[in-house]
Ligand binder design. Structure first.
Ligand code: FPP
Length: 245
C-alpha cells in the first residue's frame, strides 16, 4: 500500500458474481453465496485492518426478493451465521454494525438478532454497514418522508436542505462513499447508495466476488489513490482563472 496517499474513508461493495462462481463449478447458486459470505468476512476484516472508517456491503436488495425462495433463505441463513459469530469477535468491541434498509419485513427472531448486532461495542472506531432489503431510491424516499413528518409536526415550511435530508438517510452522519467497488464484470450501480455515492470513485472488477482477495482490494485502493478527485471543482483551486478574451 502507498504510505502517504490517504485511504478512502468509506468503501462500498456490490458483491456480484456468486451465482456465476457456483455455475462455473457445476454447483448450486447457494454454494456461491456460501463462498461469497467467506469473502465478505475476509474483505470486511481486511478493510478494518486498513483503518477504513466505514464499509458498506450490499447483501440483499429490495429486488432480490424475485429470486427463488431457497436462494433467499440461503442468503439469510448465512447472515444469521455471520451475526452469531460476530458476537464472539474481538473486533466487535470497536466496530459497530448498522443495517441499512427496511428490516421490518423480517421475522421477530431475525429482527432481534439484527437489533442485538447493532448494539455491540463500546469504543467504536469503525462502522460496518450491511445493506439488507435495501434500495437507494427507497432510502431517499424514506428520508424525505421523515423530513416531511417533522415538517407537519412543527409547521416548519422552510425549504428542505441537502444536509437535513442526508441526516435522515440510513447512513445518517457517516461520510459519503469515497470508493464504490463492484465485482463480477457488470458496470452498474444497481440502486445502491445513490445519494451517498454522488462523488464516489467507481471501480469495476472482473473478479467474481467469491474470488475477490485482499490483493484485489489493495489494487482497488491503489487505483483510488491515483484518481484526481475534484468534486466538480478545479485541480488547483488556488490557480488563476483562465482569461476569456
Ligand atoms: C450477487 O451475486 C450477490 C447477492 C445478491 C448476495 C450477496 C450475498 C453474500 C455475499 C453472502 C451473504 C452475505 C452476508 C452478509 C453473510 P449474484 O448471485 O447475483 O451473482 P451472479 O450475477 O453471478 O448470478
Amino acid at each position: 500500500m502507498d504510505g502517504f496517499a490517504p485511504v478512502p474513508r468509506h468503501i462500498a461493495f456490490i458483491m456480484d458474481g456468486n451465482g456465476r462462481w457456483a455455475q462455473n463449478r457445476g454447483l448450486p447458486r447457494v454454494s456461491g453465496h456460501v463462498q461469497g459470505a467467506k469473502t465478505f468476512r475476509a474483505i470486511g476484516n481486511a478493510c478494518l485492518d486498513r483503518n477504513i472508517e466505514v464499509i458498506t456491503f450490499f447483501a440483499f436488495s429490495t429486488e432480490n426478493w424475485k429470486r427463488p425462495k431457497a436462494e433467499i433463505a440461503g442468503i439469510l441463513k448465512l447472515l444469521d451465521l455471520y451475526l452469531k459469530d460476530w458476537f464472539k469477535e474481538e473486533r466487535a468491541a470497536h466496530t459497530r454494525i448498522h443495517f441499512l434498509g427496511d428490516t421490518s419485513v423480517f421475522s421477530a427472531k431475525e429482527r432481534a438478532l439484527i437489533e442485538k448486532a447493532q448494539t455491540t461495542g463500546t469504543e467504536i472506531k469503525n462502522h460496518l454497514n450491511i445493506a439488507l432489503n435495501y434500495g437507494g431510491r427507497a432510502d431517499i424516499t424514506q428520508a424525505a418522508n421523515a423530513v416531511l413528518k417533522r415538517r407537519f409536526a412543527t409547521g416548519d415550511d422552510s425549504p428542505i436542505t441537502e444536509e437535513e435530508l442526508a441526516l435522515h438517510l440510513s447512513t445518517q452522519g457517516m461520510p459519503d462513499v469515497d470508493l464504490l467497488i463492484r465485482t463480477g464484470s457488470e458496470m452498474r450501480i444497481s440502486n445502491f447508495l445513490l445519494w451517498q455515492s454522488a462523488y464516489a470513485e467507481l471501480y469495476f472488477s472482473d473478479v467474481l466476488w467469491p474470488d475477490f482477495s485482499e490483493k484485489d482490494l489493495d489494487e482497488a485502493i491503489r487505483a483510488y489513490q491515483t484518481r484526481n478527485r475534484r468534486f466538480g471543482g478545479l485541480n488547483d483551486p488556488g490557480g488563476k482563472e483562465p482569461t476569456v478574451s
